[in-house]
Design a binder for this molecule. Structure first.
Ligand SMILES: [Zn+2]
Length: 327
């Protein structure tokens, strides 16, 4: 037996061996190989060994993801060929096509797949109904939010999520039509609204408006950037008394993809973490995203037109940090 192990180590690149020996050898080789071959074979590339059955032990165990298997199962149920998905536009088309077939539709909340009504043809992203916008709740708590002035477009339909975040953070909320800046300004000045949740475009305009009207209250901002419109310049809000500013990039309205923790927000950083619902691979300058099996049609290796570089140093919160470079 030792001879076999030795030969395996020689034949298989060391990079493919991490974490495999130990737990995987409890059963016989052939049993294990039969079990994992269909899952791992497409991902192994051109590695050759004369012990072909053993080859299938050579992936790190971390890559044998339960979530990958569940996502593939969902695709099978919905009769979607997984190879079809190449880029984000194609993924959105699939969402349009399959939404009527989603089992247990009642258990999902529907998010529009567009940030604006222009040209929107009604595709929906389905996420579990009990999912909550946790990063918003975290920011409300860590910034000491009292009143939350919400200036996100009604078209996004994210009010229920904001309601839950406010409820859990002990904040009160006011939906302020983005075109009605004076009412928003009065709420800040006279009614303890110290936190604004809005889009990157509106954050620039509204901050300018309140500054021009001599508003000098200390304010928290939670600013949402649509994935198709990332601009570092729109992360720089000039409002003088900004005490806390968190940026988020959303894949769809209300679906955070790149997020910040309270360390980054306090530091007014333009760097991001990846939201816990997604995993990210960088591929030749672009990004490939895989989602979470709790979504009705999760992303599976969908490429998006955003370039991101990984910082060497981790955030004090322990997570990896990414710098985004526009779309
Ligand atoms: Zn962090």
């Amino acid at each position: 037996m030792m001879g076999l192990y030795k030969n395996l180590f020689i034949k298989v690149p060391r990079s493919k061996l991490r974490g495999i020996i130990g737990t995987r050898f409890a059963r016989t080789f052939s049993q294990q190989a039969a079990r994992y071959k269909p899952i791992l074979a497409p991902r192994l590339g051109n590695t050759k060994t004369r012990f072909s059955s053993l080859l299938y032990f050579t992936r790190p165990t971390s890559l044998i993801k339960q979530s990958d298997i569940k996502i593939k199962h969902k695709y099978k149920e919905l009769n979607i060929q997984i190879q079809e998905i190449l880029d984000f536009q194609q993924y959105k088309k699939i969402l349009e096509k399959v939404q009527e077939k989603i089992p247990d539709r009642i258990n999902f909340r529907i998010f529009p797949t567009s940030f604006s009504p222009e040209g929107y043809e009604g595709g929906g992203f389905f996420r579990a109904d009990d999912w909550r916008w946790d990063t918003l709740e975290e920011h409300l708590k860590s910034s000491g939010a009292l009143g939350v002035l919400v200036r996100l477009p009604l078209f996004w339909q994210v009010e229920p999520l904001i309601y839950y975040a406010c409820k859990n953070a002990g904040s009160f909320l006011f939906l302020n039509d983005a075109s009605n800046m004076p009412v928003g300004r009065v709420a800040i000045k006279n009614a303890s609204f110290n936190t604004i949740v809005t889009t990157s475009d509106d954050a620039l305009e509204f901050s300018k408006h309140i500054q021009e009207h001599n508003c000098n209250d200390f304010l928290n901002w939670i600013v949402v950037h649509p994935i198709n419109d990332i601009d570092i310049n729109r992360m720089k809000i000039s409002y003088a008394n900004t005490s806390y500013i968190a940026h988020e990039v959303h894949l769809f309205p209300g679906i955070p993809l790149f997020v910040q923790c309270s360390h980054l927000a306090r530091g007014k950083s333009h760097h991001f973490h990846v939201a816990s619902e997604f995993s990210l691979d960088t591929l030749e300058g672009s990004i490939s995203l895989t989602g979470n099996e709790s979504d009705a049609v999760p992303l599976y290796k969908v490429s998006i037109n955003v370039s991101a570089t990984r910082e060497k140093k981790k955030c004090p919160c322990g997570r990896e940090v990414f710098i985004l470079l526009a779309t």
